[in-house]
Unconditional design. Structure first.
Length: 318
């Protein structure tokens, strides 16, 4: 049994043979189910130009899902700060917080949200990727503009981190931190340690607060869990080869895929640091990660083909 709060990250999978509209309807059904299961938060990731993941803006998804649920905290995991003007982010999320008091989170991140170079340039209007100083200024300005809002209610800001540099920024600004263990698990422990060591109390948080996001696939049998992890493994293998042009494959399609030795080694190393398997196995893996990072909360990302299997995974972990 996991004694930490559990939350979920929604990446809005567009399954092979379905449409973006189907993915949106699945998101709505999943949110209602997570709400009924007692999950704490549901965050939406910013993605662009990917047939496997819907390009659904986190502020719009936050608004829609907050209206369709009752207890879940809802927000971004995250809005990619370099892609947007700070004033736009602040206006959107203070409005959301006023509409849904006490339920809105603003997770800020740095990545482009896409592997497509043309889309990344378009999001930046032709500007190069943000420097460390530019990113810090964007985050600081967004926080300042939140405090200037006249609505009374504020979103809860978090910084999404996958490196020690990001952890240092979160610590300096006194922000709660969301560690992207599901993206760069090799950096998680060093980032968590640096964050705790350098944290400065702020208006946003009096003490360090760590949320760790873990790729989690839970099923009634080990065999079924292995089958369910394979479609996302195919997507990852394609990304390793610089490909991102296919929809999210079905379990049957993924079963026919053959990985190269290099791909399999990378996937095995990554999977060993996530949480896959039966409830007992997943519980032990999540407890280990929580203990090693001194996490205050765990967020599960479950990129599984089929809404029923995806929701079953969340049920079994809960």
């Amino acid at each position: 049994m996991i004694d930490l709060p559990l939350s979920a990250l929604e990446v809005a999978i567009v399954e092979a043979g379905t449409s973006a509209g189907d993915a949106l309807r699945n998101c709505t059904q999943a949110a209602a189910h997570l709400d009924s299961l007692g999950y704490k938060r549901l965050w939406f990731a910013e993605h662009h130009h990917s047939p496997a993941i819907g390009a659904f803006p986190p502020p719009i998804m936050t608004s829609h899902i907050a209206s369709a649920t009752t207890d879940l905290r809802v927000g971004s995991g995250g809005v990619m700060a370099p892609n947007h003007a700070p004033v736009t982010i602040a206006e959107q999320f203070t409005t959301l917080a006023a509409l849904h008091p006490g339920r809105v989170d603003l997770g800020l991140g740095r990545g482009p949200g896409t592997f497509h170079e043309g889309t990344a340039r378009a999001l930046r209007r032709g500007a190069p990727p943000a420097s460390d100083d530019e990113y810090r200024r964007d985050v600081e300005e967004t926080l300042e503009l939140l405090l200037e809002a006249e609505f009374g209610e504020l979103p809860e800001p978090w910084l999404l981190v996958s490196s020690e540099a990001g952890a240092s920024l979160a610590a300096a600004l006194g922000l709660p931190v969301a560690l992207a263990h599901h993206i760069r698990p090799e950096n998680t422990l060093r980032a968590a340690g640096r964050y705790r060591a350098r944290f400065t109390p702020s208006r946003w948080s009096a003490a360090p607060r760590i949320l760790v996001c873990v790729e989690t696939v839970c099923a009634d049998t080990e065999e079924r869990a292995a089958d369910l992890t394979r479609p996302m493994a195919v997507v990852k293998a394609d990304l390793l080869q610089g490909r991102s042009e296919a929809p999210f494959p079905s379990v049957e399609e993924a079963a026919r895929h053959r990985f190269s030795t290099r791909e399999q080694q990378a996937l095995d190393a990554f999977g060993a640091q996530q949480a896959y398997g039966t409830p007992d196995v997943v519980s032990k893996q999540l407890q280990r990660i929580a203990a090693e990072t001194q996490a205050d909360e765990l967020m599960l990302v479950t990129p599984v083909f089929g809404l029923e299997d995806r929701m079953r995974s969340f049920e079994l972990v809960r």
